[in-house]
Design a protein around this ligand. Structure first.
Ligand code: FAD
Length: 477
């Protein structure tokens, strides 16, 4: 049996490792387009910030660790064609030579690519001018070259999703003046505005200039610096004549006018789209957004072809098929694909979109559905906000955790939780308890009954999450 895996990141390597774990004899080859097998791209912001000093340390495991398991790793080689009838893949190396790779079973794990928003000029600009997208280690090296190779004093980040926020912190840590621009009304649009404004406060408290409800419409190079043109709310603010950086308070008015800001570097991080040109050309079924259609076993419609990670549709526990590109999900799907590719019969249990982000000293997290998402999925949602200390207030260092809890008004089932608190308030683990409860199908009443741990320096007899559940069951007023 020869298992071929296309893609050598979270999903692809997870597939190869699981296949090896289950079968010491199967012949496994992983082919990847770049030179960085099994790198933790989630760690990129911490290399850029300087918290991780050597980029090699971002590898989950080294190439030789993988090869020591008898897995062949072919780097710098892009698969260009899959012949599903003949079970053959044509790939091209950096030097231009093509190779044919036969397979008995194939796992496609080609991931995602960054979205290029419609910004005038962006198609002609790149790392040489200080304009960057950020998804791969190659992108990371280019960002670091810009930061260290030229005098970068200011940066504009387009997009205030979790990568944009992590990068704002990273660049600030390097002493760079950061302007974060977001087209939507609030930063971190994956959580409710009632909580996201606390993330904005954290950013502005650390000197980040945050411009929401503002669209970047163009980027130009003038006198060796980048000039970023925007429309929307930011256009209503007074700006410094020298840098264009906001100096006055926001007027709060969407003037519809334009303003400009100069910067030494622009980072465009406005989301990703599935990278599935290869699969599409092979006749493999794609969903409306271009993600590969897979069943719960991670099998595609093509015989002996499986797929996993950011390139596929994701089964969501509460809403069925969706698209949720996350490292956690890619690892799990890859493991399932690897197992089934060599004859197993495992199902991907499903995602809840559980995610967490650290922005300076606060942590924001969510799992499950928000009110509007739950309603769109046919539930009868009600969302309640609550605030509780992470541990007993008499013990030093207690901090508030802000929670929004969504449940189904008819059944009482827990559907979603969002949380924000200081790092030391263990938001990341509390959200995991919520994810476990949703996965298990608990009602909010049952969540309140769980036997959770308590000692005054770390918690309360009723955990933050249980206090939130009780508030949902008996809303105030
Ligand atoms: C800066 C950053 C921070 C992140 N932080 C988090 C986080 O904190 N938590 C979280 O859960 N997720 C995070 N993510 C998302 C997470 O990294 C991705 O969901 C995950 O890496 C997806 O893994 P993947 O294997 O599906 O795809 P990718 O990581 O995109 O890898 C795709 C692989 O396919 C290869 N490839 C593509 N086309 C071809 C081809 N034609 N031939 C051969 N090889 C090919 C590529 O070289 C690569 O090896 C972050 C992402 C970024 C960019």
């Amino acid at each position: 049996m020869h298992l071929l895996v296309i893609g050598g990141s979270d999903a692809g390597i997870s597939a190869a490792l699981r296949a090896r774990e289950l079968d010491g004899e199967v012949d496994i080859t992983v082919v990847l387009a770049d030179a960085y097998p099994n790198f933790s791209i989630c760690g990129i912001p911490y290399y850029v910030s300087g918290d991780v000093t050597d980029w090699h340390d971002l590898a989950h495991r080294s190439r030789s660790d993988i090869e020591a398991l008898g897995i062949t790793v072919v780097t710098d080689t892009a698969a260009e064609r899959i012949d599903v009838a003949d079970h053959e893949v044509t790939a091209r190396g950096r030097g231009g030579a093509t190779i044919e790779l036969g397979y008995d079973r194939l796992v496609i794990a080609t991931g995602a690519r960054p979205v290029r928003p419609p910004i005038a000029g962006i198609e002609h600009l790149g790392p040489a001018e200080g304009v960057h997208l950020l998804h791969t280690m190659t992108d990371t090296h280019a960002v670091m070259e810009t930061i260290t190779g030229r005098r970068v004093e200011s940066a504009v980040i387009v997009g205030a999703g979790y990568i944009g926020l992590e990068m704002a912190e990273a660049l600030c840590t390097r002493g760079i003046e950061v302007t974060e621009i977001e087209a939507l009304p609030e930063v971190l649009p994956t959580v409710d505005r009632e909580l996201a404004h606390l993330v904005r406060d954290e950013l502005t408290g650390h000197g980040v200039d945050v411009e929401t409800a503002t669209k970047v419409t163009g980027i130009d190079v003038s006198s060796g610096r980048l000039s970023v043109e925007m429309t929307g709310k930011a256009a209503g603010r007074e700006r410094s004549a020298k840098t264009g950086r906001a100096t006055g308070r926001a007027t709060g008015k969407a003037t519809g006018g334009r303003s400009e800001q100069v910067a030494d570097m622009v980072l465009v991080v406005t989301g990703v789209e599935p990278d599935t040109t290869l699969a599409g050309k092979a006749g493999i079924d794609l969903a409306g957004n271009g993600a590969i259609v897979v069943d719960r076993r991670m099998a595609t419609n093509a015989p002996d072809v499986f797929a996993a990670g950011d390139c596929v549709v994701t089964h969501h526990v509460l809403i069925g098929e969706t698209y949720l590109p996350l490292g956690t999900t890619a690892h799990k799907q890859g493991r399932v694909a690897g197992e089934n590719a060599i004859g197993g019969d495992r199902c991907f249990a499903g995602s809840l979109g559980t995610q967490v982000v650290k922005v300076f000293d606060v942590v924001a997290a969510r799992t499950g559905l928000r009110d509007d998402e739950a309603e769109a999925a046919g539930f009868h949602p009600r969302t309640e906000g609550s605030i509780a200390d992470d541990h007993k207030a008499y013990y030093p260092g207690a901090g508030a955790v802000h929670v929004r809890t969504t449940g189904d008004a008819k059944s009482g089932r827990l559907l979603g939780v969002q949380m924000i608190g200081a790092i030391r308030t263990a938001v990341h683990k509390r959200i995991d308890t919520a994810a476990t409860a949703i996965f298990a199908g608990l009602t909010l009443d049952e969540l309140s009954d769980l036997d959770l741990s308590y000692t005054p320096p770390l918690g309360s007899p009723w955990d933050v999450l249980q206090a939130a559940a009780q508030r949902w069951v008996m809303p105030a007023g």
